[in-house]
Design a protein around this ligand. Structure first.
Ligand code: FE
Ligand code: FE
Ligand code: ZN
Length: 294
């Protein structure tokens, strides 16, 4: 089955193809990261908007963005995903940390408009002892401040492992945040296979059941992206340690089944598996493509 999902500048998918990529460094710019993705057999990619530990974002070079758009159109690059820094925590108990979250969100979303119609993913945050409800309120406040009616970017909340005081380990928590956001047509969810497994959802044994639950609580129309990772830990461990595809406790067959599921197969998939160098992703992408096309 073919699906036509795309965006303003990226062509609508004309051919039936698995949209898959991996996390790469954008330090050399948009064109360079897209070229690297294509060299790995990918037709999308994920990148950090700035240093993952925080700090300032690099200035955008309009010529580079222009060159990227041409290259992306020519190579069928589809739905790129920007990832917020890990230090972004709008649910922090510290005002300074919340202020950085508000500033970084506003800046990142403004920058995203250089590549209209793409995806921006963030970890909802950690409530650091203030309680889940207080965390949910603070996260929703930050989103209500950051989202703009005119923005073309879809902001995704990532499903979390539930490690420490992380908010977003339960589908209910993500639904509650989205419910409190005024511009919720700008909101979606990115499902991380390692995280949901570590949070206790049995995507290996009962994928249909997990998707049914997701649909009832959040709505599958909110699901815009999948982080495809194996997990080093047993289901429910709440650890969040990624493994290469087929080298963890979820396993290759179950993760391939995620990419082939009729409700998921047109979504973009992003690998965040531990690799010594990006060439390791090429092998994972090739094996997953083969199984998807099989
Ligand atoms: Fe993430
Ligand atoms: Fe992830
Ligand atoms: Zn993770």
């Amino acid at each position: 089955m073919c699906y036509a999902r795309g965006s303003e500048f990226l062509p609508k998918a004309r051919i039936c193809v698995l949209v898959i990529g991996c996390h790469l460094s954008i330090s050399k710019g948009y064109l360079a990261i897209a070229q690297e993705a294509v060299s790995l057999g990918a037709n999308t990619f994920q990148f950090f908007t700035r240093n993952p530990r925080g700090g300032k974002a690099k200035a955008i070079d309009p010529a580079d963005v222009e060159a990227f758009h041409g290259f992306a159109a020519a190579h069928g690059i589809d739905r790129i995903l920007a990832h917020a820094p890990y230090t972004l925590n709008p649910a922090s108990a510290t005002e300074k940390t919340r202020d950085f979250a508000h500033l970084a969100l506003a800046e990142d979303l403004a920058r995203m408009e250089n590549t209209p119609g793409q995806l921006y993913n963030m970890h909802p945050g950690s409530h650091v002892g203030q309680g889940v409800d207080a965390g949910i309120e603070l996260i929703a406040d930050a989103l209500n401040e950051a989202l703009r009616p005119e923005q073309t970017t879809t902001l995704l909340l990532e499903t979390m492992a539930g490690k420490g005081s992380e908010v977003g380990g339960r589908f209910e928590e993500l639904a509650e945040i989205i419910e409190r956001v005024e511009l919720r047509d700008k909101m979606g969810v990115c499902l991380d296979t390692c995280h949901v497994w570590d949070a206790g959802y049995d995507i290996a044994g009962d994928l249909d059941g997990v998707l049914r639950e997701f649909d009832q609580i959040i709505g599958l129309d909110r699901l815009h992206a999948i982080h495809l990772n194996d997990s080093l830990n047993p289901r429910g461990a709440r650890k969040d340690r990624h493994a290469r595809i087929g080298e963890g406790l979820i396993g290759f067959d179950a993760l391939s089944a995620v990419t082939r599921h009729p409700l998921l197969r047109s979504l973009p998939f992003y690998l965040e598996t531990p690799q010594e160098d990006p060439s390791g992703y090429a092998d994972e992408i090739a094996r997953l493509r083969e199984a998807w096309e099989g």
